[in-house]
Design a protein. Structure first.
Length: 391
């Protein structure tokens, strides 16, 4: 008999009743050090007082109104995001997937409005993840996500991650946009080298192609910059944001330049919940907190500290781990042992991590993790590796 919850997840036998900062707590009081953070979502940790206050204050005043009316919290969040980024305009969604939908629609609509409706092809890369909608799975293109869901949304070309020659060869007059994660998350914490992001920007400028960055996982201070592409000193035309921006409240966004957004005129897109007062009140509190240069510098410093400790871990457990990769507090342990075994063995040491493709274990702690918690995290991973070696 089918479970009453549609069985699309292999869930661990863990159930939490409370969260505090970097910790998740079970009903019996067992405390887990959370290096998953809801998959890079709870950027300020669990139950951050500023976010609790933003949410409860807004909940007492007004939960929801339609986008038929002015929503001051939404306007405020759009103003903050445009102030801190390349973007001139923002549309709010409820998830990363919906941000992908709009990014694709916006790019195609742009060329339609330019009188080039055939210019609709989008180039994407292997190992990428852009969400689970029809556009999202078509963009990522992996068999695992698309099999059985055809016919797929047409117009996507998939190139090997890092294959520059294939990219040059794939260019044609029908390319509307290139979509890429500056740091692949689900694909196994694979950062795109800065010079490659710069090269992509140049290529897009030369050929008039729109550049879409999917910063759903790597954005919102995760790498120690507000958005990961800032490390490379280049900006996209369109950017997808979600996960961390709500700190656990479901909200996403598409940011764009005025030019890239110019096809999206009155009535061309909408959302019932997107940008509602609750989500935007929390989003404002998150952005105010993480956009502070001192906060960003701390994320970068703590990322360096954690990485250094992880290098030591890898060196002392060569049968379990191969290498460390990533940026800031978006880190991956490339494993020798099966990554799912490492994640599972971690549960016995009260540490939560996330598997990714390429046999990588992801470490995506709250950006507020302390130095002491970083030390505890690596100790627990050490104990995890030792337990696996002894097994
Ligand atoms: C998680 C993720 C998405 C999808 O976001 P949802 O909120 O799960 O719909 C899209 N792109 C990237 C890079 C992601 O990590």
């Amino acid at each position: 008999m089918i479970p009453t919850l549609l069985p699309t997840y292999a869930r661990a036998p863990l159930s939490f009743v409370k969260g505090e900062g970097s910790w998740l707590i079970e009903a019996d009081g067992r405390r887990f050090l959370d290096l998953a953070a809801g998959i890079a979502v709870t950027a300020l940790g669990h139950a951050h007082p500023k976010l609790v206050k933003a949410l409860t204050d807004q909940a007492e005043a007004l939960w929801h109104v339609s986008n038929l009316y002015q929503i001051p919290q939404q306007q405020a969040l759009a103003d903050k995001l445009t102030e801190h980024t390349f973007a001139d305009t923002v549309f709010f969604t409820n998830s990363g997937t919906e941000a992908c939908e709009l990014a694709v629609k916006m790019a195609r609509k742009y060329w339609d409005a330019q009188g080039q409706p055939a210019r609709s092809e989008i180039i994407a890369f292997t190992g990428s993840f852009h969400g689970r909608s029809s556009a999202g799975i078509a963009a990522a293109g992996s068999d695992k996500m698309t099999k059985g869901f055809g016919p797929l949304l047409p117009g996507f070309t998939h190139l090997e991650f890092g294959d520059h020659d294939a990219l040059t060869a794939a260019l044609s007059d029908n390319i509307a946009a290139i979509i890429i994660e500056p740091v692949q998350g689900e694909g196994g914490i694979r950062p795109v080298p800065d010079q490659c992001l710069k090269g992509l920007r140049d290529l897009c400028d030369t050929h008039g192609i729109l550049l879409i960055f999917d910063e759903v996982q790597c954005g919102v201070a995760r790498t120690g910059k507000l958005f990961a592409h800032e490390w490379a000193g280049v900006a996209p035309d369109i950017m997808m944001v979600a996960k961390g921006i709500g700190g656990g409240f479901p909200i996403g966004a598409v940011l764009a330049t005025e030019e890239a957004a110019s096809g999206m005129t009155l009535g061309t897109h909408g959302s019932t919940y997107g940008g509602n007062p609750l989500g935007c009140a929390v989003g404002c509190a998150v952005v105010d907190h993480v956009a502070d240069p001192a906060f960003l510098a701390e994320v970068a410093r703590k990322g360096g500290l954690m990485r250094q400790k992880l290098e030591g871990l890898v060196a002392s457990h060569p049968d379990i781990f191969e290498s460390v990769r990533g940026s800031g507090l978006m880190l991956g342990l490339k494993c020798v042992a099966p990554n799912v075994d490492v994640v599972q063995a971690g549960y016995d040491q009260n540490v939560l991590t996330v598997p990714a493709a390429d046999n990588v274990v992801r470490l995506l702690p709250a950006l507020t993790i302390t130095d002491d918690e970083i030390a505890q995290a690596v100790d627990r991973l050490e104990a995890t590796a030792s337990a696996l070696e002894a097994a």
